[in-house]
Design a protein around this ligand. Structure first.
Ligand code: NDP
Length: 282
């Protein structure tokens, strides 16, 4: 109990000392959000729109992107444009960043959020799917980050990576997804230090999310996972706030941080909790 209490006190202290968020800082900011045709990315696009940012969004489905752009404009975005792209295609990540740089005249924020679809089931040896997922969820991220870095550097910009608690604490039924998120955490964790050593202007924020109530996540885990799901719109706002205040990490909901901290201290307890959060009868 004392241990848990100390963790909670330390957590509250960290939160209190976190820099405060000024939504006005996003007025006119030039933002590229990936995977914004639905889910958390869509909600981020609306928040950026309300804050008066200039945004480019991307995803594969043109019609959905068009509708999101229209809503962003009606909410107050200074500019809202879309470009349809499939991140499994090696030339598309560069194409998307070039489009945003050209249309917005530079970038202040690059928010990497998209994911390819992957089933919620036991791994049955499908290496090809894992290879494809790495392209979409990982390689396209590092390609876009590299392409955008010079402009972000020029504008004291921010790189925001949307990751998952699954990338820190592997859970069953999502092995290929876990691999891609672990790769992101490792790669951008390393890049964070390299930029700091170079005294770069660019901040990197890695966002660790728990279960969020997006349609795609809910349809996959329904009846299989016992954990509660948290609102996409709030997750989106927390991601934006983390990028705008240039914080290194976000844990949303808050207790995901505690789960990650205690993981290494009590492995049997962690294993018990993970395996008991799943409904599975062989
Ligand atoms: P969704 O499945 O709702 O949205 C995924 C987005 O990615 C869509 O806009 C989709 O657009 C786009 N996308 C899918 N495939 C491709 C592709 N091949 N090329 C380009 N874009 C593609 O995801 P969520 O909103 O649930 O998740 C968003 C982020 O949050 C992800 O990084 C995820 O890992 C993370 N996260 C989510 C959690 C959750 O419970 N929801 C939990 C932890 C982390 P389109 O179909 O038009 O291509």
């Amino acid at each position: 109990k004392i241990l848990l209490l100390s963790i909670c006190v330390a957590y509250i202290a960290v939160k209190w000392t976190a820099p405060s968020f000024d939504p006005e800082s996003l007025r006119g900011a030039r933002v590229l959000v990936t995977g914004a045709s639905k889910g958390i990315g869509e909600q981020m696009a609306y928040h950026y729109g309300r804050f008066g940012a200039k945004i480019v969004i991307t995803g594969r489905r043109e019609k959905a992107l068009q509708q999101v752009v229209e809503r962003c404009l009606s909410l107050g975005a200074q500019k809202a444009l879309y470009i349809a792209a499939d991140m499994a295609n090696e030339s598309e990540p560069d194409k998307v960043v070039d489009f945003a740089l050209e249309k917005l005249g530079g970038l202040d924020y690059l928010v990497l959020n998209h994911i390819g679809s992957s089933s919620f089931s036991m791994w049955e040896g499908d290496v090809e799917h894992t290879r494809w997922l790495m392209k979409v969820n990982f390689f396209s991220y590092i390609q876009m980050a590299w392409k955008a870095l010079p402009s972000l550097e020029q504008n004291k910009g921010s790189l925001v990576i949307v990751s998952s608690v699954a990338g820190k604490m592997p859970s069953p039924f999502v092995a290929p997804y876990v691999a891609t998120k672990s790769a992101l955490n490792g790669f951008f964790g390393s890049l964070y230090h390299e930029l700091a050593l170079k005294k770069s202007n660019v901040s990197i924020s890695i966002c660790t999310l728990g279960l969020i109530d997006t349609e795609s996540a809910m349809s996959k885990v329904k009846g299989l996972v016992k954990a509660p799901a948290y609102p996409a719109t709030e997750a989106a706002l927390n991601i934006i706030r983390t990028g705008a205040t240039r914080q290194q990490e976000l844990y949303y909901p808050w207790f995901t941080h505690i789960i990650c901290v205690i993981r290494d201290w009590f492995p049997p307890l962690t294993n018990y909790l993970i395996q008991n959060s799943i409904n599975y009868n062989p």
